[in-house]
Design a protein around this ligand. Structure first.
Ligand SMILES: [Zn+2]
Length: 455
């Protein structure tokens, strides 16, 4: 069905904040983007505030100066683990206990339960305006191929079911070490089944350089990108980053390697950090900061002053490193909070990295939109004629207002139609969403209303 839509009085902070815009969409693509001289009043435009239901009939909407962003991009989540905190606890609050406890719990999880967690948390992220997610997947091959591959199967099924709502990229977390040839065969099977790339956490290994080399050889063989949890540690001597940069150049993988966390970078001297950042720049490595999880997990062994855990956000940005900010874990032993809302993550980043100036706030918007879009390799991203019109309208008129108010009301448009994400709350009907929300509530401990998404 060809659907056309026109929008007036739109604020586009990613394009130009001095003007309001009139936009039109035909068949899921932007067809015109025009600057307005002033506010437009026309009787045939429906004010978005009064849009009832899902807006199938409203062909012309007045956004009343509200902000429109391209669909938000979450560069780093763990959808298969989300909401498992009731089953897997973490008394110490350390990364180490989270890894241990989750590892012990893995054999008991069914494929359906894992799929449900992926569906539930991805849909919740969509309800806040996210339209693409890179998720890392647990890959506990030490329990045998069936355990490792059931997460892969659950994720592939969820990815297909979620395709009207969100694009998923899937990166298996390769084992830390002691990875024998049979286990490599299982990983290669997972890649052949449809993984988007290879993940891992080599700083946890006793032989990190060998592990990094092996990951690069595998990525080269299968021609896929690499995304590594890197130096998620307060110890300034944990520095696998340098070896990753070296191998990125050796394997000619520039532009295809992402490093996440980089906590130790914040613990070392300016001179040491500066030289590592320079090597990242030379190797053209992308990076992701995860402020929620790292503020929570790091510094646990410090006495005051306690380190903040977050990497050197401003230094990385100043060096020209593409740096996204992302959700990481949600309500699991690694991180008991979070809701898959990148505006909330932007606010956390602002606090943790001291980013509050007008320029900083606009950089934060880049870190949840254009920068992660480039890291994920999403083409045709952004509000430009000819690009896909996947977007979110937020109930605020300036970037400052978004990070101050974290507006609950958001209208999400994707693949030629409004997403029906407030189905339960507003009484709208969407069989796919309703099914998964209902299923999710069976295992969810806080009652039916707490995590219902809102527009
Ligand atoms: Zn992670």
């Amino acid at each position: 069905m060809i659907h056309s839509l026109s929008l007036i009085n739109v604020k586009l902070p990613m394009n130009d904040e001095k003007h309001l815009y009139s936009l039109s969409v035909e068949n899921g693509q932007w067809t015109s983007i025009n600057k307005q001289d002033d506010l437009i009043f026309t009787p045939d435009a429906v004010p978005i505030d009064s849009m009832t239901g899902i807006g199938e009939n409203e062909k012309k909407l007045d956004l009343q100066g509200k902000v429109l962003l391209p669909g938000l991009i979450d560069a780093h989540m763990h959808l298969d683990k989300s909401f498992c905190l009731p089953q897997v606890r973490n008394k110490s609050g350390t990364l180490w206990e989270a890894v241990q406890n989750y590892s012990e719990a893995v054999p008991a999880f069914s494929k359906e339960e894992i799929k449900l967690r992926i569906m539930r948390s991805a849909l919740q992220a969509v309800s806040f305006g996210t339209t693409a997610i890179r998720t890392h997947l647990d890959f506990h091959v030490k329990y045998g191929s069936a355990v490792a591959l059931r997460t892969v199967e659950a994720a592939l099924e969820a990815k297909e079911a979620l395709s009207p709502y969100v694009d998923l990229q899937l990166f298996p977390l390769t084992p830390i070490s002691g990875f024998n040839s049979d286990e490599i065969e299982v990983l290669e099977e997972a890649i052949r089944m449809g993984m988007s790339g290879i993940g891992g956490a080599p700083h946890l290994s006793e032989t990190p350089e060998q592990d990094i080399d092996r990951l690069f050889r595998l990525a080269q063989k299968h021609d896929c990108p690499i995304d590594l949890h890197t130096d998620e540690n307060d110890d300034p001597h944990v520095r696998t980053l340098g070896h990753i940069a070296k191998r990125t150049i050796d394997f000619d993988f520039s532009g295809r390697v992402t490093v996440d966390h980089l906590c130790s970078l914040a613990s070392m001297s300016d001179a040491d950090a500066g030289s590592l950042i320079e090597r990242m720049t030379e190797a053209k490595i992308d990076a992701v900061t995860l402020p929620g999880a790292n503020l929570y997990l790091q510094g646990r062994h410090d006495t005051f002053p306690v380190r903040r855990g977050i990497t050197r956000v401003k230094e990385l940005l100043a060096a020209g490193i593409p740096l996204a900010t992302a959700s990481d874990n949600i309500h699991d032993p690694f991180h008991p909070f979070g809701r898959g809302d990148l505006i909330q993550i932007g606010l956390l980043t602002a606090y943790a990295a001291h980013m509050g100036s007008p320029a900083d706030i606009r950089t934060l918007l880049q870190m949840i939109t254009e920068i992660p879009a480039s890291i994920l390799g999403i083409e045709g991203y952004g509000v430009r004629v000819g690009n896909e019109a996947d977007f979110v309208v937020l109930d605020g008129t300036t970037p400052e207002e978004l990070f101050t108010m974290l507006p609950e009301r958001r209208w999400i448009y994707r693949k030629n139609g409004w997403l029906k994400l407030a189905a339960k709350r507003a009484g709208w009907v969407d069989p796919v969403l309703d099914r998964y929300w209902n299923d999710a509530e069976i295992n969810f401990p806080f009652g039916n209303n707490t995590f219902v998404p809102r527009i």
